[in-house]
Design a protein around this ligand. Structure first.
Ligand code: ZN
Length: 188
């Protein structure tokens, strides 16, 4: 628990009053969940029913422990690539959109939007800036948490963390090898 949060034991049930008419109440053992927001009251018999009723596409943060997918914010485009819905959420260093499920499984769907522009990136964009190399694209996608991926890549080249081979054009991790692991060229 972070310093900003207060932990409340739920031995006999807990009600958290949020505004004058808004509350969330959770019964003993996490069952009997009730929400009030303005003039609406919603009650669920079990915690699972409550969570199951939430629409994941409207959540600003989702993490699936089984599949290891993280989704931060919302970015939905229609078939013509026109933005339908967009919402950033905070992640590690900045306000961004990031969807690791889309990155892994839906190469043409939005998987990243940086903090300082509304540029929408797909897996295909990551691949094309990484010379089509999935291993490098994965490292870059995993790393970005506010910046543009092109900027992140430039930093990697500048600091020698990554190198572009002057002979074959492949990108490799600078600390992995003295010479290019793909073509064996030295002194890139
Ligand atoms: Zn090479």
């Amino acid at each position: 628990m972070g310093r900003k949060y207060k932990e409340i034991k739920n031995g006999r049930g807990t009600t958290l009053q949020i505004n004058q008419n808004d509350y969330i109440s959770i019964g003993r053992d996490g069952e009997d969940v009730m929400l009030r927001c303005k003039d609406k009251v919603l009650a669920f018999q079990t915690w699972e029913q409550f969570v199951g009723a939430a629409d994941p596409s409207k959540c600003s943060y989702k993490y699936d422990y089984q599949k290891g997918n993280v989704v931060i914010g919302i970015c939905i485009v229609d078939g013509d690539g026109i933005l339908q819905e967009f919402k950033r959420a905070y992640y590690r260093q900045g306000w961004i959109f990031k969807n690791s499920y889309a990155f892994k499984n839906e190469p043409q769907k939005p998987c990243y939007v940086p903090e300082l522009s509304n540029t929408i990136y797909t897996r295909e964009d990551f691949l094309s800036m990484c010379n089509g190399q999935a291993d490098i694209a994965e490292i870059v996608f995993e790393a970005v948490d506010w910046q543009h991926p092109e900027t992140y890549l430039d930093e990697q080249y500048a600091t020698g963390e990554m190198t572009i081979c002057g002979v074959c054009g492949k990108i490799f991790l600078g600390y992995e090898a003295e010479s290019c692991p793909y073509c064996g060229a030295n002194g890139t």
